[in-house]
Ligand binder design. Structure first.
Ligand SMILES: [Zn+2]
Length: 101
C-alpha cells in the first residue's frame, strides 16, 4: 500500500493522494477497520484494512518466526546445516523457543 508523505493512502491505479472514504466498517471479531476508498482523480475504488497496533506486533513476530523456520529449511535443503549455523539463525529469531513448553 502506497501512502503519500502526509500519510494519506495513494490510489493504486493512478498514484493520486486525493481519495475519500466511501464506506467504513469495524470488524468486531478481529478488531480490524475496513474502509472502501474512492480516488477523486480517476474514480478507482479500493479497500484498505487498519489492524490494531497490538495485532500488528503479533503479526510481525509471527512473520519473523516463520522466516527463521524458512532459513533453517533452506540450510537443510542445501545440506549445510550444522550446530553453529542453527545457533546463528536462531539468534536472529526474536521468538526463539516460544514453541516449547
Ligand atoms: Zn486514481
Amino acid at each position: 500500500m502506497r501512502t503519500s508523505q502526509n500519510g494519506l493512502h495513494c490510489c493504486p491505479a493512478c498514484g493520486s493522494p486525493r481519495a475519500r472514504v466511501i464506506d467504513s466498517r469495524y470488524e468486531d471479531d478481529t478488531g480490524w477497520k475496513k474502509r472502501r476508498r474512492l480516488c477523486i482523480a480517476c474514480q478507482y475504488k479500493w479497500n484498505t484494512i487498519e489492524v490494531p497496533q497490538h495485532l500488528m506486533a503479533e503479526m510481525r513476530a509471527t512473520l519473523a518466526h516463520l522466516q527463521t523456520i524458512e532459513r533453517l529449511a533452506a540450510a537443510a535443503r542445501l545440506g549445510i546445516m550444522d550446530s553453529r549455523l542453527v545457533a546463528a539463525i536462531l539468534a536472529t529469531d526474536d521468538q526463539g523457543g516460544s514453541c516449547t513448553g
